[in-house]
Design a protein around this ligand. Structure first.
Ligand code: CAO
Length: 488
């Protein structure tokens, strides 16, 4: 295609040159040459790749960060929103976290382990950001915010429904102040009967279908330790934001991005909605209860530790269990390696016995089969079992405790677990950026102290004069109201 266009362009250029030779008026010649040049440029652009800049010849990781030049006005707090803006900061965006004077993000003081230092809850969710304190309801505070809106690309917030509007920061106001601004929000629910409700992690897990499908059939619904409602929705929102930024390169305008926590959890639990529909057509044969002869109800049941896919799996005890609460391994009886499994556990006849040889024949006997495999895993530590099983490509995974993950040297090497220095709490461990870009390497920088960058932002970003800054500060818009002396 590109070759063809280049040829056509050359032809047009030739035509134009020929036209130029004829005794025609100067303007006609100029026009023809111009159009020929345009055609050549178009064809060359096609060959070069869609008008993209020439590929950088700097070494990978040395040509800036992926989101360099993007500025985020970060109104997030607690976990869902901060997860999102932390990712954007790791990718190189300048994230300006706006916090309430004197208080800041409520998590600074929640679950504190070191007196008078920001909690790990806060520090582990707010790396690489700058902090400015602004009372968003103070007239001077509003003025500063409007200036920030003019210079930022994205406003991210996860306030309770209506809170942003109550600050006067409606979509209409923001869009009028900066038509390029993307306004990204996390809410508990999308439009509908619950849209005005406040939501925390476990509420989202319960209303998004995760809790009803987690746990054992004969026990209550369970929430998971992984924060799929908060961090999961933060991840969804980050994708929405970069997608909106990409669309803006074409349209030039901002848009609203909304991620409801219920929607995010349901998206992550989509295989359970798959099973809900399969129920109409018969029992879910990969669920343990099928083999146990227990009838299915009319909703996707809890499946214990059964694998959610087509390859049956279970958590099995290893040497040391149950005294050691984590001496377990996840074992998958993947069909292509069934023969290897039979050899490893010492049941070679199961390879050809029609009662065991096919996945279909095995389904009603999963309890019995896994009990036999467990007899073998209990003779090994979880790491010994992992090593043996991997030699035969049998999919499995040891149950790793947080203690083991914290000490894991390979995770340290990849930057997934990082040590961070902090001026008031000392060294702490954090999860680094789990998304690795080969040309945008993440450096994890400590979270900001409350209002640490207020002056820097007013001066360098908003270019306010010393007089203006003094006036704003004097108005009380950037500081907490002084506590009244009780004795007075
Ligand atoms: N200056 C002045 N006021 C500020 C401010 C600032 N810089 N920052 C926040 N505030 C005010 C808000 O304007 C709001 O005031 P009004 O209610 O008078 O309008 C007030 O602080 C409280 O905000 P909030 O309602 O968002 O906070 P909350 O602690 O009551 O509720 C939460 C927290 C998480 C339940 C709620 O924000 C929410 O439902 N968010 C959306 C869903 C979400 O993200 N949940 C995940 C949380 S992580 O588990």
């Amino acid at each position: 295609m590109a070759k063809k266009s280049k040829k056509t362009a050359k032809k047009s250029a030739k035509k134009a040159k020929a036209a130029a030779k004829k005794p025609a008026r100067r303007t006609v010649v100029a026009k023809a040459v111009k159009s020929a040049k345009k055609a050549v440029a178009k064809a060359v652009a096609k060959v070069a790749g869609n008008g993209m800049p020439k590929p950088s010849n700097k070494p990978f990781g040395m040509d800036g960060k992926a989101l360099q030049g993007v500025r985020i006005l970060d109104f997030t707090h607690v976990q869902s929103g901060p997860t999102c803006t932390q990712l954007l900061a790791w990718f190189g965006a300048d994230v300006i976290k706006v916090e309430r004077p004197g208080i800041g993000d409520i998590t600074r003081g929640q679950l504190r382990d070191v007196p008078n230092a920001d909690s790990l809850y806060f520090t582990m969710l707010n790396h690489n950001k700058r902090s400015i304190t602004i009372d968003s309801k103070h007239p001077q505070g509003k003025r500063v915010l409007d200036e920030l809106i003019k210079t930022c690309d994205v406003l991210v917030e996860n306030f309770a429904p209506g809170a942003l509007d109550r600050m006067g920061l409606t979509w209409d106001h923001i869009h009028k102040t900066n038509p390029r601004m993307i306004v990204a929000s996390v809410k508990g629910f999308g439009p509908g009967p619950y849209e005005d409700c406040k939501v925390y992690e476990n509420v989202a897990q319960c209303t998004g279908g995760s809790a009803s499908t987690t746990g054992f059939r004969d026990g209550p619904p369970l929430v998971t330790g992984a924060q799929i409602g908060d961090s999961g929705t933060g991840l969804h929102l980050a994708l929405g934001i970069v997608t909106a930024l990409f669309q803006r390169t074409r349209t030039g305008r901002g848009q609203k991005v909304l991620c409801a926590m219920q929607d995010g959890v349901l998206n992550l639990a989509r295989v359970k909605l798959r099973d809900q529909q399969r129920l109409k057509h018969g029992p879910l044969t990969e669920y343990s209860q099928y083999g146990e002869g227990i009838p299915f109800g009319d909703a996707t049941p809890r499946a214990g530790n059964d694998s959610g896919g087509g390859q049956p799996g279970r958590i099995l005890m290893c040497k040391g269990a149950p005294d050691d609460p984590n001496a377990y391994i996840y074992f998958i009886t993947q069909a292509p390696v069934w023969e290897a499994i039979c050899d490893v556990i010492g049941e070679p006849t199961w390879k050809t016995d029609p009662e065991y040889a096919t996945p279909k024949a095995r389904l009603p006997k999963l309890n019995q089969i896994f009990a036999r495999i467990e007899q073998w895993t209990m003779t090994k530590t979880k790491f010994e079992a992992m090593e043996i099983l991997n030699q035969f490509d049998i999919p499995c995974g040891p149950i790793l405790s947080m203690k083991e993950l914290a000490a894991d040297q390979s995770l340290r090497k990849t930057g997934t677990v990082v040590e961070v220095e902090h001026p008031t709490r000392g060294t702490y461990l954090s999860v680094g950026n789990p998304i690795k870009l080969s040309d945008s390497i993440t450096e994890v920088k400590r979270s900001p102290l409350l209002g640490e960058h207020t002056d820097e932002i007013l001066t360098d970003v908003l270019k306010l004069s010393a007089k203006d800054i003094a006036e704003i500060k004097g108005s009380g818009a950037l500081s907490a109201p002084e506590k009244k002396d009780k004795a007075a």
